[in-house]
Write a protein that binds this ligand. Structure first.
Ligand code: 13P
Ligand code: SF4
Length: 301
């Protein structure tokens, strides 16, 4: 039996489902039941019939799935898969901002630990941050942890006052203007499609800004044939699957999130066999961090 057949047989036997983010390796996306960006995956996790979720992504994603579905078993193929940015804010700064500002909403990018979410008012993802921040009644917005997504949103919502935090995604921040210009010189007809986690300088020279699923949708619906993609290279799989005749280029230093790439077929098979690497969130933490996640799902409807 091939490893894929073994995974499929075990999935059936154990009533399990596989969720995967666009940044994991192509062979993992290929066997997933649901593939998507952070928003899609958090939405889809709610209301799944299967008892066990194998989450092919990083820990904040598995944690969010568990928080929203406490009765389910959520397994991570690799427990060490983490998002560096998820830790780049702290509760002390939230407390400080709450003291210093009246009428403030603490907006938490879903790329954050469950502990951080406990102190926030609403979660957002890169796909819905703009819509949710615009809809919030508050004048002041403290946006954590990502400074880049925060500035992207602030640029579009001038009526609100933003307080910024200095977190960032090391993979997206490492995407360089010079490398985009080089790619553009080689492919002058290509549009630059960029994730808002990229730096302001990269965002400024881009033709379209959006979450991973929005980038895929934009490229798929466009009449153009060539694109320079400024996000993690895992999206290439879905871009090419949906658009076999189009060309997708990445900056020469390809953006790779090594944490996302720790997920392998062998590790998926192992957790399905052993039920190791279960996500556990204490009742108290779950109760507190569930509120901003549920608020996000409500606002994003
Ligand atoms: P999206 O899934 O919202 O596009 O975010 C990208 C990301 O960095 C996930 O970790
Ligand atoms: Fe975190 Fe960046 Fe990796 Fe996404 S790509 S999981 S934001 S480190």
């Amino acid at each position: 039996m091939s490893i894929i057949d073994e995974i499929n047989a075990l999935k059936k036997e154990k009533n399990a489902v596989i969720l995967a983010h666009y940044y994991v390796a192509p062979e993992v996306q290929e066997i997933a039941d649901y593939i998507g960006d952070s928003f899609y995956l958090s939405k889809i996790a709610v209301g799944l019939e299967e008892q066990t979720i194998v989450f092919c992504g990083v820990s904040f994603m598995g944690e969010s799935a568990k928080i929203l579905n406490p009765e389910k078993t959520v397994l991570m193929p690799d427990m060490s898969a983490d998002c560096a940015m998820a830790h780049m804010a702290d509760k002390e700064s939230i407390e400080r901002v709450r003291k210093d500002y009246d009428d403030v909403a603490v907006v938490c990018y879903i790329n954050s630990t469950a502990e951080l979410k406990e102190y926030c008012d609403v979660c957002v993802t890169s796909a819905n941050a703009l819509k949710i921040v615009k809809a919030l009644p508050n004048k002041n917005i403290y946006f954590i942890p990502d400074r880049n997504l925060a500035h992207f949103v602030a640029d579009h919502v001038p009526e609100k006052n933003f307080i910024f935090n200095e977190g960032y995604c090391p993979i997206h921040e490492n995407i360089k203007v010079e490398e985009i210009k080089e790619a553009k010189a080689e492919h002058p007809g290509a549009l630059v499609l960029t994730h808002p986690e990229c730096s302001a300088k990269v965002r400024e020279i881009s033709d379209f800004l959006g979450s991973t699923s929005q980038i895929i949708k934009y490229a798929t619906e466009s009449d153009l044939e060539e694109f320079i993609v400024c996000t993690e290279n895992g999206v290439r799989y879905e871009l090419e699957r949906q658009n076999p005749h189009k060309k997708f280029y990445f900056p020469i230093t390809e953006p790779v999130c090594h944490d996302m790439k720790t997920v392998t077929l062998e590790k998926i098979l192992k957790v399905l066999k052993t039920y190791e690497n279960e996500i556990i969130v204490s009742d108290e933490r779950r109760e507190n961090s569930k509120k901003p996640l549920e608020k996000m799902l409500e606002y994003a409807k």
